[in-house]
Design a protein around this ligand. Sequence first.
Ligand code: UDP
Ligand code: MG
Length: 313
Amino acid sequence: MEKNTLQQDNKLLSVVIPAYNEEGMILKTAETLKALMDDAGIIYELIFVNDGSSDLTQDRIEEAAEKDQAVRYVCFSRNFGKEAAIFAGLGAAKGGCAAVMDCDLQHPPEVLIEMYHLWEDGYEIVEGVKKSRGRESIFHRLSAGMFYGIMSKATKIDMYRASDFKLLDRRAVESLLMFPEYHVFFRALSSWIGYKKTSVEFDVRDREVGTSKWSTSALFKYAVNNIVEYSAVPLHLITGIGIVSLVFAFALGIQTLVRYFCGTAAEGFTTVILLQLFSASVIMIGIGIVGLYLAKIYDEVKRRPRYIIAKMK
Ligand code: UDP
Ligand code: MG
């Protein structure tokens, strides 16, 4: 196997931790990781990405940075979302490998050590795969299930168990940072780039402090966004529906003409109204889907920065 020179020289593990209103978790997360890394003898840096929190997250991060030299941070000018935070963290990382984990310790930190050793064995991407999904409401579970079902079909990756908890080799990080698009989807792109992969299973823990930032409506928006960003399947679906309705229209057209010439044509406007309503809705939905893509293209051509950094260390 070709030896990765960066991997050989640079043993530093960068841990990227996106944090949005996590004032209650920062110090605990920093302490837990420090104890764990010291114990395992791994040289590390923690990069907290404060995603425009409105609470005391930034103060807590700076407090942690004073206590531990290995703590660094990137502070956004406002909330840009977790995906942007992940990419900003990866951009700031100096390690030979970089891991991404949640600030709420729902991703068990011990698994990081296992991931790191797999990286030392030569794997370039180590993916955390959910063995169980932790506590979620039934509605949330169903909507997440539906979203990940469609996503899995579109991306051919098991999205239901995929997570953002991953460790990437420097080369994989560099590849991800080359992506020019405004909308990035870490979970799918980190698989798309290829490289030598393996996975480790983990149990999602319950959140200790604070609440999940995901409402069901936010999850729905996220789902639509990511499907549109990652896949053109809905566009092809419109064409498919068009072809099916063409066949249907052809059959119905012949039947109507035959009945007309036989003198038994359907009476009244009911049929016309029903058909009109049906076809108009299908067309409107089709235009709507095209509109979603158009809006995405509009976002992309503006070439705005993915995030704005107000402060960093
Ligand atoms: N997060 C973020 N920006 C956001 C929302 C969330 O950086 O706009 C971070 C959050 O601080 C946490 C991680 O993303 O570290 C996962 O968020 P959360 O726990 O709310 O999501 P869940 O675990 O329920 O999927
Ligand atoms: Mg969480």
